[in-house]
Design a protein around this ligand. Structure first.
Ligand SMILES: Cc1cc2nc3c(=O)[nH]c(=O)nc-3n(C[C@H](O)[C@H](O)[C@H](O)COP(=O)(O)OP(=O)(O)OC[C@H]3O[C@@H](n4cnc5c(N)ncnc54)[C@H](O)[C@@H]3O)c2cc1C
Length: 385
């Protein structure tokens, strides 16, 4: 069986679905998304789905501001009747040392200068007013942006997929790309696990943590590795956490969902496995419970209802790898989001569509080119967990 497409997108997470929608919106016909599981079954559906202006590098701040604007009116733009559970209660970043507070100050002033973000620096007293249940031991201050927040990652992805389908995009789920057809200088199409060959002049790798495996199908080496991250969820309780919270000192972040569950995670790059293992661990349960009952002593009485694991697609500078691959026409990368890719999916889908159709990207993402690993001039993103 053989057929053709204009663009084949590998991966049906937030990035693949957003790219598909934006390509169709730009008038590209015959776009196909191939997803080996169900939509959002990768990092997207396993994420905490937080979004924030509060990054420390120019490119991420500009992307975040543009993406948040899109999220604020996404359900309307995509005519999605169920809503995306957008919750803008703000994002609080805690500092436990003078140097950390100084870094948050620098980040906030960059955010405010570049995109007029409205990020504030708060004293411990102001933090206590915002979040009375928080243990302030060791807290010297923090940064807070009231327009940051969280959403439902399944709704956001399905909203894009639905709108894309309406515009003629085909989405094949439970179908894996097992081979990328290519010559020495360009891609030619893909072969799927259903035995189908789809000839296409453009193939996009939006395979998340499997981005390295997919890139190797065309002989391209990307410095990307999977890293397990886990989340714990409590039973629903009365609303007492009005905002998302992060502590770089403890590697913790947490939020309360609209129906009351508290969702919490710990980033532990040293202790976490760096392979495709997505099993939950007992060690995480103990670690997160210890750290979270320090932050929120009231949680000692809350019951845990579930736990899951997902993978970050990590790069050496915790920054994405985006755009065409020099020397291999038609092959595009949208991978390496290093734990902060959900929130940037809306704007990055637009930027990828602009790149593929030869338009000027809305935000300059040239730093994300795969070429930077040749020169070694890396600018790590400091605001990551
Ligand atoms: C625990 C956790 C918490 C997180 N919290 C946040 C957060 O609060 N905010 C934030 O912005 N980000 C967060 N992230 C990161 C975020 O989830 C990712 O950066 C983002 O979802 C990446 O989206 P994606 O579409 O690129 O990849 P994915 O969602 O991983 O999608 C890639 C898809 O490709 C498919 N695929 C792979 N190989 C193939 C193949 N050969 N053929 C067909 N399909 C294939 C996979 O099945 C998968 O569905 C978190 C991640 C985790 C794990």
């Amino acid at each position: 069986m053989a057929r053709t497409a204009e663009v084949v997108i590998i991966g049906g997470g937030i990035h693949g679905c957003s790219i598909a929608y934006h390509l169709a919106k730009c008038g590209v016909k015959n776009v196909l998304v191939v997803e080996k599981g169900f939509l959002a079954s990768g990092g997207t559906g396993r994420s905490a789905a937080g979004f924030r202006h509060q990054f420390g590098t120019e490119v991420n701040i500009r992307l975040a501001a543009a993406s948040i604007k899109k999220l604020e009116r996404l359900a309307e733009e995509l005519d999605y009747p169920y809503g995306i559970e957008l919750f803008q209660g703000g994002y609080l970043m805690l500092a436990y040392s003078a140097s950390q507070l100084e870094q948050l100050r620098k980040n906030a002033s960059l955010q405010n200068r570049l995109v007029n973000a409205g990020t504030l620096i708060l004293s411990p007293r102001e933090i206590a007013e915002l979040l009375p249940g928080l243990n302030l031991e060791g807290v010297v201050g923090g940064s807070f942006n009231p327009r940051d927040g969280h959403a439902n990652p399944f709704h956001v992805t399905y909203a894009y997929a639905r709108a894309a389908r309406r515009l003629g995009v085909e989405i094949q789920t439970y179908t894996e790309v097992v081979e990328i057809l290519h010559s020495t200088s360009r891609v030619l199409g893909v072969r799927t696990s259903r035995g189908e060959v789809i000839y296409a002049p453009v193939v996009v790798n939006a395979a998340g943590p499997h981005g390295g495996v997919v890139a190797r199908m065309v002989g391209v080496d990307v410095p990307l590795y999977p890293e397990r991250h886990q989340i714990l969820v409590t039973e629903p309780v009365e609303m007492f956490i009005p905002c998302m919270v992060i502590s770089f000192t403890h590697g913790t972040y947490f939020k309360q969902t609209p129906h009351g569950s508290i969702l919490m995670g710990v980033g532990d790059p040293a202790g976490e496995v760096k392979d495709f293992n997505q099993r939950s661990s007992w060690q995480f349960l103990v670690d997160v419970a210890t750290k979270m009952t320090f932050h929120l002593p009231a949680l000692r009485r809350a019951r845990v209802i579930r736990q899951w694991a997902g993978l970050y697609d990590m790069t050496p500078d915790s920054q994405a790898i985006l755009g065409p691959v020099p020397g291999l026409d038609g092959f595009y990368l949208d991978i390496g989001w290093s734990g902060h890719g959900f929130q940037l999916g809306p704007i990055v889908g637009q930027i990828m569509a602009e790149m593929i159709t030869g338009q000027e990207p809305a935000v300059d993402v040239s730093y994300f080119s795969i070429e930077r690993f040749k020169t070694g001039q890396l600018i790590p993103e400091p605001a990551c967990v």
